[in-house]
Design a protein around this ligand. Structure first.
Ligand code: PMP
Ligand code: GLU
Length: 402
């Protein structure tokens, strides 16, 4: 019998490809063919990792941090993370409650796999990052999406949350500042959601705070700081975004001890401790000077202003003013039904993203991948020149649709 992709497990067959990574790959392939693509698809800081962090990694190699690390991470790193959570967020986590993994991505997947039984429901406010729903599918759970559009600044209401929770709800995954919307829940808005969650003690609250520092509101409230739910909040964070360290692959969960132990058991059978060298670099990030964070945040804020100004001036794009992260999610349905110069009708946001890749050579991601059909996401974590040129090309190409 010849084996092919139909022989993959049902689990893998039902899994979607990561649209963010796929679009980025596609734009790299086009670039390799000599096409001048501006890549606004993948979301990662365009800055280099600060020198003091790179130096710590070099030193770690010289000092032979080259052996297996403890499964949940070096105690020195977990202490540095516990200090960070105390210093910046006012949260009291012991190092034993922290499990370091290969990026926030693995940290979230670990937690989902550790708490979700087949058939359990996980509430996911959408638009949401591409991987949440797929992680729930991996755990054989059911993703229950709760939708909020641009008219409500992409934020769900307490009534929507209450309506989504059932006897089967095991967890909620909330991301603020949000990928892909850039929306930031205020302390008051979070309190209103916490009031609902307080009535449902079985629900584990997974707070994805990876964009904590890319926040233009001037204040950040961690979901871990609400006493009503503190004993069942899991904080997800890492060094990828705040310290421009996406390739180093260090993230963590800070969780109730029973859950941290479960996650450690899973990781011990699955991937072991994260890279020893990257962990020492992350330790330097948390313990070292923090001014790099503000410098990068300021650059993102300036670019936010630029991209909002330019995108708002393009006819047919409905744009909000994101308060964090580095994404813009314009609504594009005004272009539905229009024809491209070669006669193809734009029927979905995916069609539009594909047209803009082919005609404008600007790579963006179809909102459908974030459970937000009708929108397209662009990452403005790139130079001012790239932003200007990309918006010029997008405007020019959209004007060709009749
Ligand atoms: N959560 C969100 C919302 C993200 O955007 C990302 C980055 N794609 C992650 C988690 C994963 O980050 P990391 O690079 O640390 O795995
Ligand atoms: N934060 C990024 C994005 O959403 C990284 C790619 C990914 O892991 O999805 O584009």
């Amino acid at each position: 019998m010849e084996q092919n992709s139909s022989c993959l497990s049902a689990r893998i067959q039902s899994l979607a490809v990561s649209a963010t990574l796929a679009m980025s790959q596609k734009s790299q392939e086009l670039k390799a063919q000599g096409i001048d693509v501006i890549n606004l698809s993948v979301g990662e800081p365009d800055f280099n990792t600060p020198d003091h962090i790179k130096d710590a990694a070099k030193k770690a190699i010289d000092e032979n941090f080259t052996f297996y690390s403890p499964v949940p991470g070096y105690m020195s790193l977990r202490r540095a993370i516990a200090d960070k959570l105390s210093r910046e967020n006012g949260l009291a986590f012991a190092p034993e409650q922290i499990v370091v993994g290969n990026g926030a991505k693995q940290a979230i997947c670990n937690v989902v796999l550790a708490v979700v039984n087949p058939g359990d429901e996980v509430v996911i406010p959408v638009p949401a990052w591409v991987s949440y729903v797929e992680m729930v599918k991996l755990a054989e759970g059911k993703a229950v999406t709760v939708s909020a559009g641009i008219e409500s600044d992409f934020k769900i209401t307490p009534a929507q949350l209450e309506a989504a929770i059932t006897d089967k709800t095991r967890a909620i995954i909330l991301c603020s500042p949000s990928n892909p919307t850039g929306s930031v829940y205020s302390k008051t808005e979070l309190q209103a959601l916490v009031d609902v969650l307080a009535r449902h003690p079985r629900v584990i609250v997974i707070a994805d705070e990876i964009y904590e520092h890319i926040n233009f509101t001037g204040s950040f409230t961690s979901l871990g700081s609400f006493p009503e739910i503190a004993n069942r909040v899991v904080i997800i964070n890492g060094v990828s975004k705040a310290y421009a360290m996406t390739g180093w692959r260090i993230g963590y969960c800070a969780a109730p001890l029973w859950l941290a132990k479960g996650v450690t058991k899973l990781q011990g059978q699955y991937t072991s401790g994260a890279s020893s060298i990257a962990q020492k670099a992350a330790e330097a990030a948390y313990n070292g000077p923090q001014d790099c964070i503000a410098r990068m945040r300021d650059a993102f804020e300036r670019r936010r202003d630029l991209v909002v100004e330019l995108a708002s001036a393009i006819p047919g794009l409905k744009v909000n003013r994101p308060e964090g992260a580095f994404y813009l999610l314009p609504e594009v349905t005004a272009y539905y039904g229009k024809k491209t110069p070669d006669g193809k009708v734009i029927e979905t946001s995916g069609d539009l993203a594909m047209f803009l890749l082919q005609d404008a050579h600007v790579a963006m991601v179809d909102g459908a991948a974030f459970c937000a059909p009708g929108y397209i996401r662009l990452s403005y974590a790139t130079s001012d020149d790239n932003i200007r040129e990309a918006m010029r090309r997008v405007a020019e190409s959209l004007a060709k649709l009749k």
